[in-house]
Design a protein around this ligand. Sequence first.
Ligand SMILES: [Zn+2]
Length: 446
Amino acid sequence: MSHSPSDRGAAPAPDPYSPHTGDRNLHVERYELELACKLGGNRLDGTATLRLTAVPGTERAELDLVGLGVHRVSVNGKKVAFKHRHARLSFPLPAHHAGAPLEVQIRYGGNPGPRLGPWGDVGWEELEDGVLVAGQPDGASTWFPCNDTPGEKSAYRMSITTDAGYRPVAPGALVEHRRTSSRETWVFEQEAPTAAYLATLQIGRYRPRPLGQAGAQGTPLTLYSSDAQAARALSTFSDQAALVETFEAAFGPYPFAGYGVIVTPDELEIPLEAQGLSVFGDNHLTRAWEAQRLIAHEFAHQWFGNSLTVRGWRDLWMHEGFACYAEWLWSEASGSAPLRERARRAWGGLQAAPQDLRIGDPGPADMFDDRVYKRGALTILALRVELGDERFGPMLRAWTARHRHGSVDRALFEAHLLAHAGPSQDPLGVLRLWLDGECLPPFPQP
Ligand SMILES: [Zn+2]
């Protein structure tokens, strides 16, 4: 696709759910982050090298960076003047770059902390003894300069130097580990395209323990926890290999090279999903269904959210609906309760809740409302009832295969559903009923 400067008027608008982040004129192909993190004093210093392309005619680039100071910005090796205001870092691009790849290097640092906004505290968080990053939806910029919009996916290389005795966990494969007397350096490579909010960093006194290998590709499963938590954690996650088998049968092959679960010593209100990783709190270490359903939920996000990522936050039901539906699948497969019983209970809860939310466009303030999750899952069940199991299963596996590591939206899903529907079936009518109306439709019955 070619653009002339006059095309700039047609440049893609920011995500209306998060208009304060992201620059859709830019595409970052690769981030290389050299980070030094001193845990005592919570100090982070970094050099970020971004290989990016810009729509031809783009004169300035804008990246997101919150709460940290910028020391120097260079483009293709040349120092440039920059502005850093209102959490946006802007700098000029060379004239006539014509969409050619550019190398942008940013030196920055400070005392990172969470971003305060419409979704509470998001991003970098100090733990009792370590660091946690909760990037969704707009918190990635609390620890590195980035193009923070979910439709933007990039490769990552991260080098993290931190206090000896601590272990950082980040997406991808650990490719290098060096030690000096008081510091250790850990290098991770993630080639699979990753949205900035899923490019996490967790630091703690974590020790890896294998949870086995499972699935069609023998995906290695790893638990990261403290020694003190290891026994409880191993028991809590003892079904992880069976989860892989169940979800691969329903959703298709696991989309990444490995999967890790991290257990923080702190309690966490909710677990977090990241690329190839999930993060749980000490309070989630139990065999009780309330914890097991979250383990299934976060794992399902690897397909729905991490491999197939929405272009804009409006379509978040496409992540959360599938992840909640996956909880019910696992409930049935693990012998806890039949899928329809779980679904019926969720439907009852929605019936008792205010029916004033359109989950297909809930608005940014309500995008994490529990009704988006539960009604989203019932939307998936309603599609299954409409298509029948013989069509629904292949449709779903073709969906994850076709858009593996890509960006999706409702229009793509609708076209896909139509291609898999029988002559008298109306999956788009089902979507309109469940996504665009406020009133709760009847429970989906075959
Ligand atoms: Zn979720």
